[in-house]
Design a protein. Structure first.
Length: 117
């Protein structure tokens, strides 16, 4: 991933409504969610939703498809994984404890020695 594309993706997510919509789409999985349902769930007007979703689509984080009269939006999981990989590779650069999050979560919290003893 190029730095400019990472910046564009992060800018698209750096707004509460867009971040909330993206999280909703990630939770929905590949089947996606109809635009009307997203608007109802978030409690915003369809025109406002369209504005926010267009930012996510432009950044490549969300895709849309027609299903009859509805527009279905779905998270682009490959794009999300590329962004996460970019951040891990380019922002951590060997920092201790930085890297894939899933193995660290599975390992549990770090053990802290009690220095008072």
């Amino acid at each position: 991933m190029e730095p400019n594309h990472a910046i564009e993706s992060l800018q698209a997510l750096a707004q509460e409504t867009r971040l909330t919509a993206f999280r909703l789409l990630v939770e929905a999985g590949p089947r996606g969610v109809a635009a009307g349902e997203i608007a109802r769930t978030l409690g915003i007007a369809p025109s406002s939703l369209s504005f926010h979703l267009s930012h996510l689509v432009h950044a490549g984080l969300v895709a849309s498809r027609r299903a009859g009269r509805q527009v279905i939006y779905a998270a682009e999981f490959d794009a999300m994984e590329r962004l996460m990989a970019y951040l891990t590779e380019n922002c951590c650069r060997g920092a201790e404890g930085c890297g894939p999050l899933v193995p660290r979560i599975a390992a549990g919290p770090p053990i802290v020695e009690d220095r008072a003893s």
